[in-house]
Design a protein. Structure first.
Length: 308
């Protein structure tokens, strides 16, 4: 298949929607952690802005930051992250590990997906079967003490793995929205369309274009509230509160600083969380439960139920 929901996605999305519908906040907040330039852990509470391209099937979560912030600079040096969501109503916690890529005025993610898309199209049924078997096998498996080290590897990135440069191509199954739409609009089967295009792999291995990245950045910007947009034209975050900066902040807050609604867009950054590892904990009910999910090299997901 082209893109599909990861095994953890339905449970996460359902919990998020329940929290929004029954809670007091219109936003989903979570704790985002990375390592700063001094090798200290750095954690912030940020607002989830949904899924990349507003499509759940990307399995890529996004939030925003300021290009002038230390978080942006730190992620340029080390894009690895850990994020934690807790949904009070359902008593569910999700921890995500992976690597980020960012969309700014001079930076877009470079995606390198090496898996043949035609294989996805022609072997759709086989992959669905394999995926279901993976879930079935994992549900019935017993992870003994000898395998605990393997589970630890699922929950942490290898110490031997080098820190990737954020400008390096990222091998992740992410396709161009325009390319996916061309399949959805087609009246022929995916298998038949894949066979027709098989002669030219370059024509069908479509990852997002620079234009699509910029349109996504603009889409997220337009979804922000007026007050949120103001934060991107304020003085440098963390800079001294001088008399000049105090006056500028007051003018911005009162809307008399002389700027327009697009001012600050140059500082606006969309942070994309490419998830590799997920730890889901469900508390209460008939008993606590815990599930571990790991993305494999061929972009399938493995699931293990373990002791909570």
């Amino acid at each position: 298949m082209l893109q599909s929901l990861a095994l953890w996605n339905p449970s996460f999305t359902s919990a998020m929607q329940t929290e929004l519908e029954t809670g007091n906040s219109p936003f989903t907040t979570f704790n985002f952690a990375n390592v700063d330039s001094n090798n200290y852990p750095s954690t912030r509470t940020v607002i989830l802005r949904g899924f990349l391209f507003d499509q759940e099937k990307t399995n890529i979560l996004v939030f925003t930051t300021d290009k002038r912030s230390s978080k942006y600079k730190d992620l340029l040096l080390n894009p690895k992250f850990d994020a934690c969501f807790y949904f009070h109503k359902l008593r569910k916690q999700f921890r995500f590990k992976g690597t980020v890529r960012m969309i700014s005025d001079d930076l877009v993610p470079i995606i390198s997906y090496n898996h043949l898309i035609t294989d996805d199209l022609n072997n759709n049924d086989n992959k669905e079967s394999d995926l279901n078997n993976d879930r079935s096998d994992s549900d019935n498996s017993i992870i003994d003490d000898e395998e605990q080290s393997l589970i630890n590897q699922y929950l942490s990135l290898s110490n031997n793995e080098k820190i990737s440069n954020i400008k390096e191509p990222l091998n992740y199954k992410l396709l161009s929205p325009k390319f996916i739409k061309s399949f959805e609009d087609s009246s022929i089967s995916l298998s038949e369309l894949g066979n027709r295009l098989n002669y030219n792999q370059e024509e069908i291995s479509k990852t997002p274009t620079n234009e699509e990245w910029e349109l996504e950045r603009l889409r997220v910007w337009n979804s922000l509230s007026r007050n949120m947009k103001k934060s991107f034209k304020k003085p440098l975050p963390g800079s001294p509160l001088t008399e000049e900066n105090r006056k500028l902040l007051d003018a911005i807050n009162r809307g008399v600083d002389g700027s327009n609604s697009s001012t600050g867009y140059e500082n606006f950054v969309v942070v994309c969380m490419f998830v590799d590892l997920v730890d889901e904990v469900v508390l209460g009910g008939s008993g606590d439960r815990r599930y571990l999910y790991r993305r494999t090299h061929n972009d399938l997901w493995k699931e293990h139920e373990v002791c909570p």
